[in-house]
Design a protein around this ligand. Structure first.
Ligand SMILES: *Cc1c(COP(=O)(O)O)cnc(C)c1O
Length: 385
């Protein structure tokens, strides 16, 4: 029909349905849907894909961030109230991990990549700073190498929240080996979609081992399985920590195993969409500000973000045209929990008021991107004073 109304969502997760079902079927037929089996297969596959040495599959990235900060704090003997530098422009689970561990979130400002600004980070370092959480917003590496250098120079541990970065490469390689710990998300709308799950990749083997215990109620099965009559003591274990239940399961890992096979293909198409957006919107620098992607960064293009003058009105107008964008993110210092830092990150506040995430997913066509860009430009022109 000629004027059938378009409906273009921000995210539309796309799965290799038959392959996923076949993989899940194996779990059901084997009678193994829990921890182990596919979770182990996926951990091995993820290590091979990223080149990272350890990988522990979790039920979310949030669980991974919480574990990461808690384990580093205990492992390095940080005191309550010690500081972790972080970004105000992120999903709030990045930042909650810090106070949850009894530490203080210190917010630094962002730069024109929407990632942490190295200059602002430098200004926030005190003798209480122990670590920095870096978020590659939208898959962008931002000034990651400079951040790594700052951490090395100042003896800070680097925690990489790579929730948007599945498949991002920097100078041809998956970034992360420089970090003490990297956390990925396979939440429903991320680049490697499952339903909910995540991965924590520690550099240190002993921390990986602690994470595996803490992610399963603190249980240590090794104590007795190593004894001579292991068979008789299968039910027996020690509990070394007050842990939680955070590990992933084989059904969801089945989806992850399949989608990993297509991650690079999917990301290549996302980069194509990104290129189309940039070609069309780049002609109107007075109306639309694009986000900088540094040389050498091959972004996973989880998001396509722009900055516009009248963001809230533009979203309403786009909605009327059947386009449903998003906002990533509201400046976290606007939230009551982090209000103590309000006004300390002016660029993040500005972006928080002006940023729009345009639709970015595998079902978009060139024609959709053109339609979206035409609408954005038309609306921006109408909004001009
Ligand atoms: C999605 C997301 C998370 C949390 O991931 P979950 O797997 O949903 O817990 C953390 N940080 C960022 C930047 C995210 O986008």
């Amino acid at each position: 029909m000629e004027d059938q109304k378009r409906e273009i969502q921000l995210f539309t997760p796309t799965f290799e349905v038959d392959e996923c079902l076949a993989e899940i079927r194996e779990c059901l037929e084997k009678g193994w849907t829990g921890l182990g089996y596919k979770t182990v297969q996926f951990e091995e596959a993820w290590k091979a894909y990223t080149g990272l040495e350890h990988a522990y599959y979790l039920n979310s990235a949030t669980a991974g961030l919480n574990l990461a900060v808690e384990i580093l704090k205990e492992g390095y003997g940080w005191a309550d109230g010690d500081e972790v530098i972080t970004t105000p422009l992120t999903f709030v689970s990045t930042n909650h991990a810090i106070p949850l561990a009894g530490l203080k979130a210190v917010f630094a400002d962002i730069d024109d990549t929407n990632c942490l600004s190295p200059a602002s980070v430098r200004e926030r370092i005190t003798d209480k700073t122990r670590a920095l959480i870096y978020v590659g917003i939208g898959g962008n590496t931002g000034q990651y190498e400079e951040i790594v250098r700052i951490c090395e120079e100042n003896n800070l541990l680097l925690i990489l929240d790579a929730a948007h970065m599945a498949g991002t490469r920097l100078h041809g390689e998956i970034p992360g080996r420089e970090a003490e710990v990297v956390v990925y998300s396979y939440q429903a709308v991320k680049n490697l979609p499952t339903a909910d799950s995540g991965m924590i990749c520690f550099k240190r083997a002993d921390f990986d081992e602690i994470a595996r215990k803490k992610g399963w109620l603190g249980i240590n099965k090794d104590t007795y399985s190593r004894t001579v009559n292991a068979g008789n003591y299968k039910w027996k274990y020690d509990v070394e920590y007050i842990g939680q239940k955070l590990h992933g399961n084989s059904v969801i890992a089945s989806i992850a195993l399949v989608q990993l096979r297509y991650l690079d293909r999917d990301n290549a198409y996302r980069r194509q969409l990104d290129t189309w957006y940039r070609e069309q919107l780049g002609k109107y620098p007075q109306l639309v500000e694009l986000i900088t992607v540094p040389n050498g960064c091959e972004s996973a293009c989880h998001l396509f973000q722009i900055l516009v003058a009248n963001r809230d009105e533009m979203i309403l107008a786009l909605n009327s045209a059947g386009i449903y964008p998003g906002v990533h993110y509201a400046d976290n210092t606007l939230y009551r929990m982090y209000a103590y830092a309000q006004g300390t990150c002016p660029r993040a506040s500005y972006v928080s008021d002006h940023v729009i995430s345009l639709p970015m997913h595998m079902k978009l066509t060139y024609d959709d991107v053109r339609y979206i860009c035409d609408e954005v430009i038309k609306i921006a022109k109408e909004q001009q004073p």
